[in-house]
Design a protein around this ligand. Structure first.
Ligand code: UDP
Length: 259
């Protein structure tokens, strides 16, 4: 049984990268279940959104694994006496899991859902080149607003059913990806789905990760903000204002029952 740390209402699994990868392998070794397991990767923005977004809270309740995506969550966990071992960002988990499939000689069937048209196909080419054991069996970039269109949802679920992947990599941005997967995991014909934001863009070389020194210093968010200022400045300003308040709240009332 994994230890779960309750932080700002979210229950986060105290797992390191190696343990998370082992867990994914154990799921892959099982037969498909009636409902597809899914993984969410909270960062500061999720912690802030979680407080007011019932859909995101519901998605977290049903998630099979909850992994801390960012350094600030890990730092806060230690400050609050509910330590997480390390950050396990989705955008590292995916390539590391693919590399481990390659090393173990285990074939993995993957469906890439999300990112702009053409990007997932480029990611698929890069994946096949780097990790030939990983077969991208389908890609789909749903149009804007797809989540409200029953026909689009049918189409996506149909494509996944047809291609029978082991894993669906979902890159639709938060909280859309978490809400969509939570809503449809009962009909998603895969063993697991990973909600991992811009990971498909990174695999395609469409967006660049922050340099390692920035990642180590815990300022990957700064790199992202500078690369997409119009979209992200407002969001990060809100997060920078609200997140410290959440830390202080939990510090002052550690046993406070969050919704
Ligand atoms: N995206 C998408 N469909 C949507 C909204 C977003 O495919 O309706 C993709 C977008 O192209 C990008 C990713 O979702 O590849 C956004 O990931 P990011 O982690 O930047 O999103 P965030 O969670 O930070 O908003």
């Amino acid at each position: 049984m994994t230890v779960k740390q309750k932080l700002f209402g979210m229950e986060i699994d105290a797992l390191n990268m190696g343990q998370a990868i082992d867990c994914l392998h154990s799921w892959m070794a099982e037969d498909r279940r009636e409902s597809c397991r899914y993984v969410v990767t909270p960062n500061v923005d999720h912690a802030v959104l979680w407080q007011e977004h019932e859909g995101l809270r519901a998605a977290y309740r049903e998630a099979a694994m909850v992994l801390a995506d960012g350094h600030p969550l890990v730092w806060a966990s230690r400050l609050l006496g509910r330590p997480l071992p390390e950050r396990v960002p989705g955008s590292d988990l995916v390539p590391k899991f693919f590399a481990s499939c390659q090393e173990r000689g285990r074939e993995l069937r993957v469906f890439l859902l999300g990112a702009a048209p053409g990007v997932a196909a480029r990611a698929a080419r890069n994946i096949h080149e780097r990790w030939p054991m990983v077969k991208v069996v389908g890609v789909y970039s749903p149009p804007l607003g797809f989540e409200k269109d029953p026909d689009e949802n049918e189409l996506i679920l149909g494509r996944v059913m047809l291609t029978q992947p082991d894993l669906v990599v979902v890159g639709l941005g938060a909280p859309k990806q978490e809400c969509w997967v939570a809503q449809h995991h009962g009909e998603l014909a895969a063993k697991a789905a990973l909600c991992v934001g811009a990971t498909i863009d990174f695999l395609a070389g469409e967006k660049r990760r922050a340099p390692h020194w920035m990642q180590r210093l815990g300022i990957e968010w700064l790199h992202r903000m500078l690369s997409e200022p119009r979209r992200l400045v407002k969001r990060y300003a809100k997060d920078a204002w609200v997140f410290p308040q959440l830390v202080v709240k939990q510090w002052l009332a550690p046993s406070r029952t969050w919704r």
